[in-house]
Design a protein. Structure first.
Length: 253
């Protein structure tokens, strides 16, 4: 098992059990305790685990929301595959909404140069990337910018969405489940995501497989409101079937 695979397995176990133990991990993964401690350090620096005596716990158990840079370093190859698969949901021309997020950020970077699109975003960094593309018209939603996610929120961002109707919205989520729907830690961001779904003809959720073990404070939608869910091949097939039964077409990239 490569280091990245082992670290993702450690993260999966932590999220399932609520905690992982160094000695037990070393025994079950057949590596030294020093190797496990190095893995935990990597995962803590990525902002997904917090070290505690003898092991680690997932940050969501602390009510802690990792920053944008930390989240951008996790599941990078999966996010790239998801973004490329999501291109199939782009209209040939027309308008799209792209939510702030690390996976949706990958989508921005792979948008084809030959499409005539109006792109609505609530992320200043993504707007900066898009504004240099000659075939795109970029609408940047205003509002307070959250430091954690660099997403514009609150009423100045919500008001324009009430008067817009896009062909497709590409949405990010921190958590997703059949039981609890689509969730995120911050109620202000949840309000924006909810408005983006309402302002679009179709909604596409971009979420790597680790998002389906998490539930956060603020709910912004149900799976029944999502037309397409694009995830990665790491998702359990039985879970993918349950998600699809709740409404969306599930694409495993």
């Amino acid at each position: 098992m490569y280091a990245e695979e082992r670290q993702q397995e450690i993260l999966r176990r932590a999220r399932e059990a609520g905690r992982v133990d160094v000695v037990r991990l070393a025994e079950e993964l057949e590596v030294t305790t020093e190797t496990i401690r190095r893995d935990l350090t990597v995962l803590e620096r990525a902002g997904v685990l917090r070290r505690v005596h003898g092991g680690a716990i997932p940050v969501e158990r602390l009510g802690f929301e990792p920053g944008l840079a930390a989240r951008d370093e996790v599941m990078t190859s999966e996010k790239e595959r998801i973004a490329k698969a999501a291109l199939a949901e782009l209209p040939d021309d027309g308008s799209v909404i792209i939510d702030a997020g690390t996976t949706t950020g990958r989508l921005v970077h792979v948008l084809p140069a030959d499409r005539e699109l109006t792109v609505i975003v609530n992320s200043p960094p993504l707007a900066t990337v898009l504004a240099t593309r000659p075939n795109l018209t970029v609408i940047m939603l205003g509002g307070r910018v959250r430091g954690k996610t660099l997403a514009a929120v609150d009423d100045l961002a919500l008001q324009p969405l009430r008067h817009l109707h896009a062909d497709v919205a590409f949405i990010a989520a921190n958590g997703c489940s059949v039981e609890h729907g689509l969730t995120t830690p911050d109620p202000a961001e949840a309000a924006i995501k909810r408005a983006m779904i309402e302002a679009s003809e179709r909604s596409v959720l971009l979420a790597d497989h680790t998002k389906f073990t998490n539930t956060y404070l603020a709910k912004f939608g149900t799976l029944g409101q999502i037309d397409v869910l694009v995830t990665d091949s790491g998702i359990d097939p039985a879970l993918a079937a349950r998600l699809a039964a709740a409404g969306p077409e599930v694409i495993r990239a």
